[in-house]
Design a binder for this molecule. Structure first.
Ligand code: PLP
Length: 361
């Protein structure tokens, strides 16, 4: 007789990632209201910035979102599997040999060069596509010099789009890109325009056009760095305390002995590490919330474990088995990103696969 072995319930999981779908929907509604009468798409590439496109995309569709952008073809197919009707556009373009998949799954290619435009003219069965113009990123999209060579592409142009390089900064480059976008549109078939990412929406109405493409703001990252965050937080990351110890002054903590203790210190070891996306650059720099008290990460982040100095925390609230908050509404994704020396985008898309994930709303 063998007893079935089941995965621990949330109450027992080592580390828990709570994702608030209601907050993501609220964030989309706030952005959609801001860009109205233009429409608001949702960028759900990289598995909805790590939060689960199979859950996020249907929640946004139910709220009225009709257009979704992904980076890769396989991401588009995953969204198509849960949204049979939505418009799904693939930012990375129309690679050779993939037209059939685009047609079968009714996907909209974003055409990034003249060869892709020609490919869709021959293979696309007069289905619509988006034309992407590079107005200053030098990344993807038709170079400005090629825009005049497009002419009549032979298929409906769903939209002309471009992408801002510095949308979160007040820099003249934004308006320079917008002027180039206007010049490109004048040379292309008349079509609706798509220009603004999350931060671009906050540059004002001239940047909105007919279709905005926010990603990161949907997931709660501040699209207006340096100013209060208009978005709701969407994730809460909790890790369990595995062990506590009192370490003496003069001892060190963790690999490389990088943190020397100047006083007797209560150390909590928690069940998450760089294998879970808690970047090693948080070593001796990151913070967490233990029993309501903000406490520092001491020593190096290791693969599966992080050590916290919880001397200042309420001992009754920080015991083996208690949960410590690494991301939440008081210690946000942006806070953790700043401590790690990166941006919220990288924190979210690095969130690991070992968390017990719970979607709410
Ligand atoms: C990722 C991406 C977006 C979304 O950008 P956010 O800054 O996350 O809002 C929009 N457009 C393009 C072309 C992108 O690559």
């Amino acid at each position: 007789m063998s007893r079935a072995i089941t995965f621990p319930a949330t109450a027992d999981a080592a580390s828990i990632l709570e994702i608030d779908l209601g907050a993501i929907v609220d964030n989309w509604r706030l952005l959609a209201a801001r860009v109205a009468p233009g429409l608001c798409a949702a960028v759900v590439k990289a598995d909805a910035y790590g939060l689960g496109a199979a859950k996020v995309a249907p929640a946004l569709a139910a709220a009225g979102c009709r257009t979704f952008f992904v980076a890769q073809l396989d991401e588009a197919l995953a969204v198509r599997a849960v949204l049979p009707q939505a418009e799904i556009a693939v930012l990375n373009g129309l690679l050779a040999g993939t037209s059939r998949v685009f047609l079968d799954a009714r996907l909209t290619p974003v055409l990034n060069d003249l060869a892709q435009i020609e490919r869709w003219r021959r293979k696309g069965q007069a289905r619509p596509a988006i034309l992407h113009v590079d107005t200053g990123m030098n990344r993807l999209g038709l170079p400005m010099a090629d825009v005049a060579r497009v002419g009549d592409p032979g298929f409906p142009v769903r939209a002309v789009m471009s992408h801002l390089a510095c949308a979160e900064d007040a820099t003249p480059m934004n308006e320079a890109q917008r002027q180039r976008f206007e010049a490109a549109r004048a040379l292309l078939p008349a079509a609706s325009a798509s220009f603004a990412n999350s931060s671009g929406i906050f540059l004002g109405a001239p940047y909105h056009y007919e279709l905005a493409r926010p990603g990161v703001a949907l997931y709660g990252v501040n699209p207006t760095p340096g100013q209060p965050n208009p978005m709701r937080p969407t994730v809460r990351l909790l890790a369990r305390v595995l062990q506590l110890r009192e370490a003496a002054a003069g001892e060190t903590v963790g690999y490389g002995a990088t943190f020397g203790l100047e006083r007797p210190t209560r150390i909590a070891t928690i069940a998450a590490g760089y294998a879970d996306g808690l970047l090693r650059s948080l070593s001796n720099r990151g913070r967490a919330l233990a029993g309501g008290t903000t406490v520092p990460i001491v020593g190096r982040v290791s693969m599966d474990l992080i050590t916290l100095d919880v001397t200042a925390a309420d001992p009754a609230a920080v015991e083996p088995g208690s949960l410590v908050e690494l991301i939440g509404s008081t210690h946000t994704v942006d806070d953790l990103a700043a401590e790690a020396g990166t941006i919220g985008y990288e924190i979210l898309t690095s969130l690991g696969r070992r968390y017990h994930r719970v979607w709410r709303g």
